[in-house]
Design a protein around this ligand. Structure first.
Ligand SMILES: *Cc1c(COP(=O)(O)O)cnc(C)c1O
Length: 406
């Protein structure tokens, strides 16, 4: 079977809307367009009913109850709300927050903002495999610690943290535990009870739902978590998030969660199979390739690999009919290596040659085979042009070479 180009393999950045999700959403743009807060007529009632149904679908996926789900504009807002909401509500109790260095910017920048407002934040390092160390975490806890916020799975390297262990540690000490669950929810089983999670951020567009809608799980029992709102007005979502609800978006998020819950066992097996085929195919035909982060504790759909002795930009250009992400971030003038790979201890050279493959529901084996073929071709060609690769092959240790300038 021929593949259609370009191939999309960047599903950590966003996912296409599943046609079944779109179908569920459509009536809520036109015929059922009511405002879920309108209490006086059937337009409002049917919108509210749809929202409550979606709340149930989201809750079910993470083993919560529907009253514990707050709808937001996406996970960036959910991350902001869970961190700032706790910080503001409990600042009398303590001003210390613990997070880790490879969180998403929605968490890191929120924490940085709080530092400007009198909070103290500990950014834990990660281990070489990309996971946070429980020892480090334990040592960082102080009497003033009110919140631990650690992501479930990382968006660049797909590495999964020991969330249940962290949740237990937080619970024993009466510290709130807030989790950015964006990359994990819908991909691997996430259970807020088992994991002792107090707050969990979810995004629709990472799980085949629409962009611009998300949810925040807020625990209601044992303990009942209270949050300060960051958006005021109207008192929607039990006062935690005012604003007219995005009914079609919320219906889409709910439908996406229901599909994910039903299909997760089968889908994760399929994705793991494709991912392992991609990895094996690349490793069989290319030397000097390195996986970044733990393979054992990793999302089934992620592969992050560095291809030594190629130039990152040329590699990306060479595979321009395959949509993937690289470990270089273009900031205005310079090429910065990914802060995530840096934190793992990956050297700058290898970080610049890294590729994140994010497999998704709609990828096929033919696409994977095409990507292997293309990567092998391009990497091989670029290495033929690389004097460094030549020298390495001849056994010259480049790191010990003395460079001369004329
Ligand atoms: C995409 C992503 C976010 C942001 O979600 P939006 O809904 O796009 O705001 C936050 N955290 C992680 C880990 C993500 O991958």
């Amino acid at each position: 079977m021929a593949v259609t180009l370009p191939i999309y393999m960047d599903n950590h950045a966003t996912t296409p809307v599943d046609p079944r999700v779109l179908e569920a959403m459509l009536p809520y743009f036109t015929g059922k367009f009511g405002n879920a807060a309108s209490r006086n007529h059937s337009f409002g009632w049917s919108a509210e009913e749809a929202v409550e149904n979606a709340r149930q679908q989201v809750a079910s996926l993470i083993n919560a109850t529907s009253k514990e789900i707050i709808f937001t504009s996406g996970a960036t807002e959910s991350d902001n709300l869970m961190i700032k909401g706790i910080a503001e509500m409990f600042r009398e109790k303590g001003n210390h927050i613990i997070t880790q260095s490879i969180e998403h910017k929605a968490v890191l920048d929120t924490c940085k903002n709080l530092e400007k407002h009198g909070f103290e934040v500990t950014y834990l390092p990660v281990q070489r495999d990309g996971r946070v160390s429980l020892e480090d975490l334990k040592a960082a806890i102080k009497p003033t610690t009110i919140l631990i916020t650690i992501m479930y799975a990382n968006n660049e390297i797909g590495v999964i943290n020991p969330i249940a262990e962290i949740g237990k540690m937080a619970k024993e000490r009466g510290i709130f535990f807030a989790v950015d669950g964006v990359q994990a929810v819908g991909k691997i089983p996430v259970d807020v009870q088992r994991d002792n999670i107090d707050l969990l951020a979810i995004s629709a567009h990472k799980i085949y739902g629409p962009k611009g809608v998300g949810a925040l799980y807020v625990r209601r029992r044992n303990p009942r978590v209270q949050l300060s709102a960051i958006i005021d007005g109207g008192g929607h979502e039990r006062g935690m998030r005012s604003g007219t609800l995005n009914v079609p978006g919320i219906v889409g998020l709910g439908q996406a969660c229901e599909i994910a819950q039903k299909e997760m066992p089968e889908e994760s097996l399929k994705l793991r199979g494709l991912r392992d085929r991609l990895k094996a195919g690349l490793e069989a035909r290319l030397d000097e390739v390195y996986v970044n982060g733990s393979m054992e504790h990793r999302l089934p759909n992620n592969l992050n690999m560095s291809f030594a002795y190629v130039e990152g930009e040329s590699l990306l250009m060479g595979i321009n009919d395959v949509a993937v992400s690289s470990g270089s971030a273009c900031t205005s003038a310079t090429l910065e290596p990914s802060y995530v790979l840096k934190a793992l201890g990956v050297g700058e050279d290898l970080a610049h040659t890294s590729i994140r493959f994010g497999l998704g529901r709609f990828n096929t084996q033919e696409e994977v085979d095409y990507v292997i073929e293309k990567m092998v071709q391009v990497v091989t060609k670029l290495r033929e042009l690389s004097p460094l690769y030549e020298m390495a092959k001849e056994g010259i240790d480049i790191s010990k070479m003395k460079w001369q300038t004329a």
